[in-house]
Design a protein around this ligand. Structure first.
Ligand code: HEC
Ligand code: HEC
Length: 215
C-alpha cells in the first residue's frame, strides 16, 4: 500500500518528469557527440564551418541536417566524389568514412546545421546580378526565392556559400562529374538545371545574383 501522501497523480507526474529528463539527457549527449565528431572536419571546413578556398572546402554552416546527412551518405557510397575527375570530391570521400553510422552522420549534421550562416567574400568578377536574377527564376522553384533551400525538394540553401564553390559545382553538374551516377536521384534533378546555364558568363551572372541574396 502506498502512503496516502503520495497520490497516483504524483506518481504519474514524477514518471513524466523522469521521461522528460532522460530525453533531454539523450539530446545533449547527441549534441556533445556531434561537436566531438566535428573535430574530424575542422581542418578543412574550419571551426565555424565557413570552409577554406585553398583546400576547396565549401562553407557548410547552416546547411540543413537532411541535406548534410544525404551528402555524407553519397560521399560514403561514392555516389558523389567517385569520379576520377573530381579532385575536391575525392578529398572529401575518406572524411565521410569518419562518420560511418546513421547516428554519427545525424549527430555531426545537427551540429553543422546549428552553426550560423555568414556572407562570404567575393572572389568572382564580371557577373551581372540583373541578368542573374532572370536566370534565377527557374532556380527559385527548388532553392527558394531567397536561396534558402527546400528540404522537400532535397535542394540545399545557397546562402552564405562561396562563389567559387557554386561555380565549381555548376560546372561539375554540367560535365557529369556530379549528379551523373545512376544512384544519384537528387543530383539527377539538378543536372538539367545546370545545363540551362549555357556558358561561363551565365554561371557568373546567376552566382552574382545568388550572392546578393545573402547578407
Ligand atoms: C580533407 C579536407 C576535408 C575534411 C577533413 C572534411 N571535408 Fe567536407 N568537404 C571537403 C571538400 C574539398 C568538399 C567539396 C567537395 C566538392 O567540391 O564536391 C567537401 C564537401 C562537404 C560537404 C558538401 C557540402 C555541400 O554544400 O554540398 C559536406 C556536407 C561536408 N563536406 C561535410 C564534412 C563533414 C561533416 C566533415 C567531418 C566529418 C568533413 N566534411 C570533413 C573537404 C573536407
Ligand atoms: C528541380 C529542382 C531544382 C532546380 C530548378 C534547381 N536546382 Fe540546384 N539543386 C537541386 C538539388 C536537388 C540539389 C542537390 C543535389 C544533390 O543532392 O547532390 C541542387 C544543388 C545545387 C547546387 C550545389 C549546392 C551545394 O551546396 O553543393 C548548386 C550550386 C545549385 N543547385 C544551383 C542551382 C541553380 C543556379 C539553379 C538555377 C539555374 C538551380 N540550382 C536549379 C535542385 C534544383
Amino acid at each position: 500500500m502506498l502512503p496516502k501522501i503520495i497520490s497516483k497523480k504524483t506518481i504519474k507526474f514524477l514518471a513524466t518528469l523522469a521521461v522528460a529528463v532522460s530525453a533531454t539527457a539523450v539530446a545533449s549527449a547527441e549534441d556533445a557527440r556531434g561537436k566531438q565528431l566535428y573535430t574530424n572536419c575542422l581542418a578543412c571546413h574550419g571551426p565555424d564551418g565557413y570552409g577554406n578556398q585553398l583546400l576547396n572546402a565549401p562553407a557548410i554552416a547552416g546547411l540543413s541536417e537532411k541535406y548534410i546527412v544525404n551528402q555524407l551518405q553519397k560521399f560514403h557510397d561514392g555516389i558523389r566524389g567517385g569520379d576520377v575527375r573530381d579532385a575536391a570530391g575525392l578529398q572529401m570521400r575518406p572524411m565521410a568514412m569518419t562518420v560511418p553510422t546513421e547516428e554519427d552522420k545525424t549527430a555531426v549534421a545537427k551540429y553543422v546545421a546549428s552553426l550560423p550562416v555568414k556572407k562570404q567574400e567575393k572572389t568572382l568578377e564580371g557577373g551581372d546580378p540583373e541578368k542573374g536574377k532572370i536566370l534565377y527564376t527557374t532556380c527559385a522553384a527548388c532553392h527558394g526565392q531567397s536561396a534558402e533551400g527546400n528540404d522537400l525538394m532535397n535542394s540545399p540553401s545557397l546562402q552564405g556559400q562561396h562563389d567559387w564553390y557554386l561555380a565549381s559545382q555548376l560546372k561539375h553538374f554540367k560535365e557529369g562529374i556530379r549528379g551523373a551516377n545512376p544512384q544519384d536521384i537528387s543530383g539527377a534533378q539538378m543536372r538539367p538545371m545546370a545545363m540551362m546555364l549555357t556558358d561561363e558568363q551565365a554561371i557568373k551572372d546567376v552566382i552574382a545574383y545568388i550572392e546578393s541574396l545573402s547578407e
